[in-house]
Ligand binder design. Structure first.
Ligand SMILES: Nc1ncnc2c1ncn2[C@@H]1O[C@H](COP(=O)(O)OP(=O)(O)OP(=O)(O)O)[C@@H](O)[C@H]1O
Length: 516
């Protein structure tokens, strides 16, 4: 099998001298599936590789390996000979990863080196500044860095030069406090995406830009995006992080045009240090929004601001997205998330049970994990139902109880497709309401509960995103859907009536789906 080091030698030999000169201080890092990671000393060189040299580099590498190879370029300032200081005390090459309660947290090095043990040794991007301390003390707060701009040099400080108050910045970042690296379980299905996400958070705008994470619904893409945001904010005081779903971006853009507030819109998305944009597939076919996003992307990328994108498909398969956007997504690092294996599913359930203070013995967790195999949101939903049922019946959580609950939730055989309109139709008729009632604004108690149950079921039984579910219910905001999901989870373990309603409705909906 061709080694990346050998292939790189071929690259150097195959390029004309004027192009080869750009690679003098570059280093091949590792090959992960079809992505060869190359480190260069500075942003300028990276720009050259990503634009001028890319076609030739990828052609020669693809020829060497006999398959399509793409490159992802990362900046490692220690490769710059002028910046090397032989007497300087050695910097830790690989910083300690986030440490949590014993869960395995690989370093970017170990994660990246796994697929190809023969790859040249990888040092993650280093800065000239002292490396940040990353939760060296598992319990204490991590020492905070200087304001973002000062730390990274190329990143502008916050508008008034002062760190923003934590609450305000947190609100602006719009991050879910539960989605952190600490609560993210690593397995072979997501190891590479996780490691790259940590690297991006440690060196925003420098490690891989953009980072694109793709995978099926409910596999942790949103979780990773939020985790990057939290980690950046814990490392760099005053970092301006913004999370947005592509649907919100689109709506925001449409409203800005309508209200003549384009410049305000642009500031919101361009005056940030890290933009986390979720579910980019939603931009497919939306020409004007794509155009706007293209300019947002360019502005941020040119200023070395970090962009992280998630998608339900590989960029190649985003067919209704403009080529120039797809092409830009390929400048950075593309990582995928696969459905987790059994061990990872069990570990996720264990972590979920611990954080939500749900008690369930190991054999029950294993049973649930063996039954729900693809979507982690559904996996969590199953655990919540089992524990809620036990709590309502004042029974211990055991295997026989789990079997009863899951029998209804997960019918044998192929998975029928559930739609929002099925859920809304069944919920409306169960409560003796109309669909218009569910979409309307009445806040009578029965109606509010019915609406929230229907939203909860849309979240659990379909792949629809939060904004899409909000849209189905008379154009409600995605935060209303989030609230409904939380509320029903809680009510299920407190009120038998709600548990029964949710269970009965699930049966009816799944039954209807099977008939279709
Ligand atoms: N590796 C993991 N460790 C712990 N929890 C996880 C992991 N992966 C996913 N989850 C949990 O599963 C649920 C679904 O994840 P998330 O919303 O991030 O998926 P997604 O890929 O963004 O889905 P969608 O495309 O539908 O938005 C969340 O509650 C998340 O915390």
């Amino acid at each position: 099998m061709t080694d990346l080091g050998d292939a790189w030698t071929r690259v150097l030999a195959g390029l004309p001298p004027n192009q080869r000169a750009w690679l003098t201080n570059s280093r091949p890092v590792t090959l992960h599936e079809s992505t060869a990671i190359v480190a260069v000393p500075d942003d300028f060189t990276r720009g050259q590789l990503e634009t001028r040299l890319r076609p030739d580099l990828e052609r020669i590498l693809s020829e060497s390996f006999g398959r399509d190879i793409r490159i992802a370029v990362t900046v490692d300032p220690s490769l710059d000979p002028e910046l090397r200081e032989p007497q300087a005390p050695p910097q830790p090459v690989v910083r300690e990863p986030l440490r949590t309660d014993g869960a395995y947290q690989p370093t970017i090095q170990s994660a990246l080196s796994q697929p190809d043990n023969n790859a040249p040794q990888f040092s993650p991007p280093q800065r000239q500044e002292p490396a940040p301390q990353h939760y060296e003390q598992p319990r204490g707060p991590a020492p905070r860095q200087q304001p973002f701009g000062h730390q990274l040099g190329s990143v502008a400080p916050p508008p008034n030069g002062m760190p923003q108050p934590a609450t305000e910045a947190q609100g602006e970042a719009r991050l879910n406090p539960k989605y952190t690296f600490e609560t993210f379980v690593i397995g072979s299905s997501n190891r590479f995406a996780h490691a790259a996400a940590v690297a991006v958070a440690e060196a925003p705008g420098k490690a891989y830009n953009p980072q694109l994470i793709y995978g099926d619904s409910g596999l942790g893409k949103t979780h990773l995006l939020h985790a990057i945001g939290h980690y950046v904010r814990s490392l760099y005081t005053g970092a301006r992080v913004r999370y947005v779903s592509s649907e919100e971006f689109t709506n925001d853009f449409i409203n800005a045009i309508r209200d003549d507030k384009a410049s305000q819109f642009q500031r919101r998305y361009r005056d940030v240090d890290v933009l986390l944009i979720d579910d980019i597939q939603f931009l497919e076919g939306k020409i004007q929004t794509q155009e706007e996003f293209f300019h947002t992307f360019n502005t941020l990328h040119n200023a070395n601001k970090q962009i992280v994108i998630s998608s339900d498909r590989a960029p190649k398969r985003l067919e209704a997205l403009e080529d120039r956007l797809r092409n830009r997504f390929e400048w950075g690092l593309i990582t995928d998330i696969q459905p987790p294996d059994l061990e990872t599913r069990i570990a996720i359930l264990r972590k979920k049970a611990a954080t939500e203070r749900l008690t369930a013995p190991p054999e029950v967790l294993e049973f649930i994990a063996s039954k729900v195999q693809t979507n982690i949101r559904e996996l969590e939903g199953a655990l919540i139902r089992v524990t809620a049922f036990a709590s309502l019946n004042r029974q211990p959580v055991d295997l026989s109880l789990a079997e009863i609950v899951l029998k209804d939730l997960i019918p044998e055989g192929s998975k029928p497709e559930v739609t929002a309109s099925m859920i809304m139709g069944q919920t409306a008729s169960y409560f003796g309401l109309s669909i218009d009632d569910l979409c309307g604004s009445s806040r009578s108690r029965v109606l509010v509960t019915a609406r929230q149950i229907a939203m909860y079921l849309c979240r659990e039984l379909t792949d629809l995103s939060l904004p899409k579910i909000g849209q189905q219910f008379g154009g409600r905001d995605h935060t209303t859907v989030m609230h409904a999901e939380r509320k029903i989870r809680q009510l299920m373990s407190e009120r038998r009536s709600v548990f029964n309603q949710v269970t009965e409705l699930t049966n009816r909906i799944k039954h209807q789906a099977k008939q279709q």
